[in-house]
Write a protein that binds this ligand. Structure first.
Ligand code: SF4
Ligand code: ZN
Ligand code: ZN
Length: 331
């Protein structure tokens, strides 16, 4: 039997068990938008930010995030720059980039699409083979580096990532179980910029369940690429953690939101202590000058080892030119 929305007379399309709400399309949208708006307001992003670079892969989360931030940009003075990196993965990358391009044009948001093969002469598969690294780990290095460069050169205040609540719990639990506590500290809704070398990160969907992001995209006709990246490992640790967490959520609705709230709070306390202490050592890469875990960043290190020279500084010049051309008034 169809249920009524808890907030109006329309038919409910979602049962949000942990909040004891049944919501129609309109109220589901408002419910999720409010979650995003409130986390961004809590960290004073909407009032103090000028430009946000959106990391958009074309998947449901990043596309739904684009839509929500675009709606917020009608009410707050934020400027958005959608960024997509074409990794050269068979037909998948081309299709993803096309979806991102079309949707950005439809919404009237500035966008930039960079092709890895144009920048390095290799696609992600060949690069990881040469580097003898797993494709996903190489992909992570390249995407993080490029997004930071694009954000720095376009003078953005933040890079927004489409990670949802389930992703963040899975990544943080994986870091915890691997003993990688330094990475764990990053999983806050927001990380600060470090002047001139790293642009801060935002996770607007920090409190949005994966299912909610999917529903938001479907009910608001947000296009996205349905197929998974063909290079995704068949059975990742994150996948198993998510299934495990979902089975607990089934038994105890709301446990995931409770955990993410606890995580947010504990990590903020840790970050505060790190900020005032002497513990946080910031390294700059000696080749490109950007944030690094040691004297050489992963990107320069890999390109030096695999392609014969560290390419960070050259790449920065290329990105600078691309952004300059993009911003120059057309004749
Ligand atoms: Fe990159 Fe791996 Fe994700 Fe594919 S699955 S986009 S290779 S991180
Ligand atoms: Zn309703
Ligand atoms: Zn470097």
């Amino acid at each position: 039997m169809p249920y009524r929305c808890s907030r109006c007379d329309k038919q409910a399309i979602a049962n949000i068990k942990y909040a004891r709400l049944r919501l129609c399309r309109e109220h589901l949208t408002t419910y999720i938008e409010k979650k995003v708006e409130s986390i961004l307001r809590k960290y004073k992003v909407l009032e103090t930010t000028r430009r946000i670079v959106l990391a958009v892969s074309g998947g449901k989360d990043s596309m739904a995030m684009t839509w929500v931030l675009w709606r917020l940009s009608q009410r707050y003075p934020i400027k958005l720059l959608v960024t997509n990196i074409d990794l050269g993965i068979d037909g998948y990358s081309r299709r993803s980039s096309e979806i991102v391009r079309k949707y950005s044009q439809e919404l009237g948001i500035d966008y930039i699409i960079v092709k890895l093969e144009d920048l390095l002469a290799y696609n992600i598969k060949s690069l990881s083979r040469l580097a003898r690294r797993s494709t996903c780990s190489m992909c992570g290095v390249v995407k993080r580096y490029l997004l930071n460069l694009i954000a720095l050169e376009s003078k953005a205040d933040y890079v927004a990532l489409g990670h949802n609540l389930d992703d963040i719990l899975a990544y943080s639990l994986k870091s915890f179980l691997s003993g990688d506590y330094i990475s764990l500290v990053k999983f806050t809704p927001i990380t600060k910029s470090i002047d001139g070398i790293a642009v801060g990160r935002l996770r607007p969907f920090y409190k949005v369940y994966e299912k909610e992001a999917l529903l938001l995209a479907l009910t608001n006709k947000v296009p996205f690429i349905v197929d998974e990246c063909p290079l995704r490992p068949e059975s990742s640790i994150e996948f198993h953690i998510k299934s495990f967490l979902n089975s607990i959520e089934e038994e105890k609705p709301g446990i995931k939101i409770q955990w993410i709230n606890n995580l947010e709070k504990s990590l903020r306390d840790i970050q505060r202590n790190l900020d005032v202490g002497e513990n946080l050592r910031v390294y700059k890469c000696s080749y490109c000058g950007l944030l690094s875990k040691s004297n050489i960043c992963s990107f320069c290190n890999t390109t030096k080892r695999v392609l014969g020279r560290p390419l960070g500084a050259e790449l920065r010049e290329t990105i600078k030119r691309i952004i300059m051309v993009k911003n120059s008034p057309s004749i």
